[in-house]
Design a protein around this ligand. Structure first.
Ligand SMILES: Cc1ncc(COP(=O)(O)O)c(C=O)c1O
Length: 439
């Protein structure tokens, strides 16, 4: 294989059969579409290239910057493509939650702009989510940006309609599989592949996988988040099912350790979700069927994500003091305090006020004198033991009072005598007209 440009190596990824001794299905041949073998490392290489390609020449001539709302694989692919074409790239995001990916983006020359989400409490005079506003500015014609717009751009879906989907059919000797299972991020890959497969066989059953409502699986959305995406159409899927982060990691480990496929968590989620669905179908089958799932990217970028959830895999003791272990009853009974009382307490008791929101939300507006410890970091601190002296009262604040209630319950359980959660969070504080400052 000889290429003039690395972009020619995008696509034509292998379709690899999973050993039946591993998956245990008697009547279904299960195949993994290895999108992790794209040159920049993920399924998003196809979409990024297809969205950016028609505009690169003009953007270079006009000195425009490529911009995308992405904190993951699309940003990575676009950062590389921008560099190759003499352009710069800016990634705009609510929050970069995977440190390895943030570092990689910086290494690739990307600029990163983190904006607070609406739920994190913004300027009280702002009526719109800053990301929405930003999106609007970017989409104005004649702007200084090449905005690839992955959540709405039909060329995202098209990359898979003309590439990924037909490749699967070709590798199955001209037949569509009976089942297709994929995780939903922008919905571009699942929608495009589903369309291509149904052109061959309208009976293909398509399963879309989302993250459990309370869970975070990097790269995919919860069902509520998916509904906000322009490319997402529930009609594409015969079923939409949720996968937990723990199950995604279990699936990932099977692919990594038993199949030689170095998939990341969403590849694991797809494998887990596929098997869960196919097991019951398998029991009723007499003839043979086939199923395909997508492995979106590689494991290496998620070591810290996996370590936080499964320290046992890294030879460390199991997680102590995890907020997820706190029961709903404990959260319900956690010491909490309303805005007026909290103001009085701050004035007289001088508690340490800990703001658990993102640094950008904190920078925009916060309670005077509070310290910002973003919730992921706080979780890490608490894991090691009580991060404050028992003599110092603590007031915890988050966007709406949910996370802070969970941590207040946890710290109470750990023996802190005087910790409280701000009821309704910074939003309630703002709505009550209590003062917020900007540094
Ligand atoms: C790791 C990972 N898995 C799955 C997906 C889902 O792909 P799509 O955006 O095509 O729905 C993404 C998308 O960003 C991703 O980054």
């Amino acid at each position: 294989m000889r290429y003039d440009s690395i972009t020619e190596a995008i696509g034509n990824t292998p379709l690899v059969r999973i050993d039946p001794a591993v998956h245990g299905l008697a009547h279904i041949d299960l195949y993994a579409k290895l999108e992790l073998l794209n040159p920049f490392g993920s399924v998003k290489d196809r979409a990024a290239w297809n969205m950016a390609r028609p505009h690169l020449r003009a953007a270079a001539a006009n000195g425009r910057q490529i911009v995308e709302l992405s904190s993951g694989n699309t940003a990575k692919a676009l950062a590389v493509l921008a560099g190759m074409h003499g352009l710069t790239f800016r990634s705009v995001t609510n929050r970069m939650r995977i440190p390895e990916i943030k570092d990689l983006l910086l290494l690739l020359g990307a600029e990163i702009e983190e904006l607070p989400g609406q739920s994190e409490c913004l300027d009280p005079t702002a009526t719109d989510d800053p990301l929405t506003l930003f999106h609007r500015t970017l989409s104005e014609p004649g702007g200084a940006f090449l905005h690839t717009d992955q959540y709405f751009n039909p060329r995202n879906t098209e990359a898979h309609l003309t590439g990924t989907g037909p490749e699967i059919v070709k590798d199955l000797d001209g037949r569509a599989p009976d089942w297709f299972i994929a995780c939903v991020g922008t919905a571009g890959s699942s929608t495009g592949v589903a369309r291509a497969l149904r052109e061959h066989d309208p009976a293909v059953r398509v399963v879309g996988l989302v993250a459990d409502k309370s869970d975070f699986i990097p790269g995919i959305r919860t069902i509520d988040e998916a509904r906000e995406v322009g490319l997402f159409d529930p009609g594409t899927y015969d079923a939409i099912e949720a996968v937990s982060a723990d199950d995604a990691i279990e699936g990932m480990l099977t692919l990594n350790r038993r199949c030689g496929i170095l998939a990341g968590p969403t590849g694991g989620a797809a494998y887990f979700g596929a098997l869960r669905r196919l097991r019951s179908a398998d029991e009723e089958l007499t003839g043979r069927q086939s199923a395909v799932f997508i492995v979106c990217d590689r494991v290496e970028s998620y070591l810290s994500y996996v370590r936080r959830r499964r320290p046992d895999l890294f030879g460390r003791p199991s997680r102590r003091n995890a907020p997820a272990d706190v029961s709903d009853t404990e959260v319900h009974e956690a010491p909490a305090i309303g805005v007026a009382e909290a103001q009085a307490w701050i004035a007289t008791g001088r508690p340490l006020v800990v703001d658990l929101r993102s640094p950008s939300a904190y920078a925009a507006l916060h309670i005077d004198g509070s310290v910002n410890i973003v919730d992921e970091l706080f979780e890490e601190l608490v894991h090691g033991g009580l991060p404050f002296s028992r003599n110092r009262p603590v007031l915890l604040a988050c966007p709406v009072g949910e996370k802070s209630a969970r941590y207040a319950a946890l710290l109470t359980r750990m023996g802190h005598p005087e910790v409280r959660s701000l009821t309704g969070g910074i939003i309630a504080w703002r709505d009550a007209g209590a003062p917020l400052v900007r540094d």
